[in-house]
Design a protein. Structure first.
Length: 563
């Protein structure tokens, strides 16, 4: 588990817990949990909750459980369970022997449901789901009581046990709490506790044909596990009175629920339902598509757990919903990668250069710095030969003002190499496209070069170049808030058609030929990149994690200077 130094409270939740400890509440214990529903992959918003819950437990010397709230087998899959555990571990957290499931408590939840029935606090209702919705009322009008609300305890207990035994078809009966159909809080208007649902559960198989609703299972699961501080996002604030009612009626341990604002990130969506739609509709390649905000997608793109943990800590906690600029997440990755990432040469859109006065067949080994931020990283050798590749964008036939890179008659310095001058161009006879530059070089030994030129270009030797595929990713959506669309319009219309550009025939320096999946580096002048899962020995595939341009970092520096 990542180290978190015990300090003064840094947010309102830590202040609450600190005060609870001072007062001796829960015997000074702190026990939190991360309770995902296994109906999709975790995303960056879940990372905030993971870091918060496990971080609080570590800071206050407590414990944190991982619990799957697996109450809806229709949407749950083992694939999601495995992915969630993999992502939590990747972030650097360990639940030790505290892996739990709401399904572990199905028998206890049923027993508690029977207690509510026996106490006259729950009843079996025959209304359809649609009729329950129609009789629920509105924020300004009370609901209408179910005609089955007056059933006797004996009849309700018999019907519920027969529901559990599988005597009734799906959807024909529900068990509802008997609270108050006129309550201002709609969650207290006789909520459904159980529904009949014949579906195979990932853990219990076909053992059950009734399943608890999330609101019924969630709070009681917290109670069973002895959770002291139940940390939830703001959408559960209106559910808290219901959770309180349940534990008070049952007379069981009462966890303290504290809500915080969920993470919303610009240019993406956080709804698992919508993310699943993107996957099922083929708008992305899968849950781990590097354009997705899922942890598996971010990992594949090249994000590190350190960068994500730093991001979640620095955005802080609030009680009011807001949107975090994705530029700040990118900034955190640049900060994380600046020192450890080795520098490498990669030409993504190659243009061939032939140095006509360089000896044919000669190869020199140029010393190159592995990382200017880390002297201990040492040096490497780059082969230099008569034929090279440079970036196509580093040449202009008709250079615009302030373009200081290569053009006919101009000189540039090659990084770690010689000064070259473009003498003429070779064009495709059919298209007129420039396909080759003919240059000359200044043979002055490298150590003796003193004259300055206005531009330095990266390059790769044609003879030693490694062919690669490089995938350039951009925001998944073109608008800052993808869900801000007029009612009735398709939210997917805002998908960015240019969110992925695949470049083939890229030229990399030889050291990258055997790059394994997950290898991080900086392509000089290009950005930070990560070898993809599709990489194979001799045929690397790289994803651009983030470019070098850092608007957020520049803004921070400007603000720090009083600008």
């Amino acid at each position: 588990m990542p180290e978190i130094n015990p300090t003064e409270p840094s947010n309102f939740i830590e202040q609450i817990i600190t005060e609870d400890i001072k007062q001796g509440k829960n015997q000074g214990k702190v026990h939190t949990r991360f309770p995902p529903e296994p109906n999709g992959y975790l995303h960056i918003g879940h990372a905030k909750s993971i870091c918060l819950n496990f971080g609080l437990a570590q800071k206050f010397g407590g414990k944190c459980n991982l619990r799957f709230d697996d109450t809806n087998p229709v949407k749950e899959e083992q694939e999601y369970i495995d992915a969630i555990m993999r992502d939590v571990r990747w972030l650097g957290f360990d639940w030790e022997d505290r892996l739990f499931h709401a399904s572990d408590y199905f028998e206890q939840l049923c027993a508690w449901a029977e207690k509510l029935i026996q106490d006259g606090k729950a009843y079996v209702c025959d209304l359809s789901a649609e009729d329950v919705r129609l009789t629920r009322g509105t924020l300004t009008q009370p609901g209408k009581e179910s005609p089955f609300r007056i059933r006797s305890v004996e009849e309700n207990l018999d019907l519920f046990r027969r529901m559990k035994a599988g005597e009734f078809p799906d959807g024909s009966h529900t068990l509802r709490a008997k609270i108050d159909m006129a309550a201002p809080n709609l969650n207290l208007r006789d909520p459904v506790l159980y529904r009949i649902l014949r579906a195979t559960h990932p853990r219990t198989g076909d053992q059950w044909c009734i399943y608890p609703m999330y609101d019924w299972a969630h709070g009681q699961s917290d109670s069973i596990e002895g959770i002291t501080h139940s940390i939830c996002t703001l959408e559960f604030e209106d559910h808290r009175p219901l959770y309180d009612w349940f534990v008070e009626q049952l007379g069981i341990h009462h966890p303290q629920q504290i809500e915080f604002a969920r993470l919303n990130l610009s240019y993406t969506v956080m709804s698992k339902r919508k993310l699943l739609q993107l996957v099922r509709d083929g708008r992305v390649s899968g849950w781990d598509d590097p354009r997705m905000p899922t942890l598996s997608g971010l990992r594949r793109r090249g994000y590190t757990p350190e960068a994500i943990r730093n991001f979640t800590e620095r955005i802080g906690l609030a009680k009011r919903a807001s949107v975090v600029d994705v530029a700040f997440l990118e900034h955190c990755l640049r900060e994380d990668q600046n020192q450890p990432a080795p520098r490498r040469m990669a030409v993504l859109r190659p243009l061939k250069v032939v140095i006509e006065n360089y000896p044919e067949g000669q190869v020199e080994q140029m010393e190159a710095i592995n990382n200017p931020e880390d002297p201990s990283a040492g040096m490497r050798l780059l082969p230099f030969s008569r034929e090279l590749y440079i970036e196509r964008d580093d040449f202009r036939e008709e250079p615009p003002p302030k373009f200081f890179r290569l053009a006919v008659g101009r000189e540039v310095r090659l990084r770690y190499g010689y000064i070259i001058k473009c003498e003429r161009v070779i064009k495709d006879a059919t298209t007129g496209e420039v396909i080759e530059l003919r240059c000359t070089y200044d043979p002055t030994p490298l150590a003796q070069i003193t004259r300055k030129v206005k531009s330095t270009l990266h390059w790769v030797s044609a003879q030693a170049a490694v062919n690669a595929e490089v995938r350039l990713y951009d925001h998944l959506f073109t608008q800052e808030d993808p869900e801000d669309v007029p009612e009735g319009e398709d939210w997917t219309a805002g998908l960015n058609p240019n969110s992925l550009e695949i470049l083939t025939g890229c030229k990399l320096e030889p050291i990258l030929a055997e790059a394994e999946s997950g290898y991080h580096c900086q392509f000089e002048r290009q950005g930070y990149f990560c070898a993809d899962l599709d990489s194979k020995p001799g045929r690397p595939v790289f994803n651009r994690s983030v470019g070098l341009k850092d608007e957020w970092g520049r803004l921070e520096k400007k603000q720090g200077a009083g600008g």
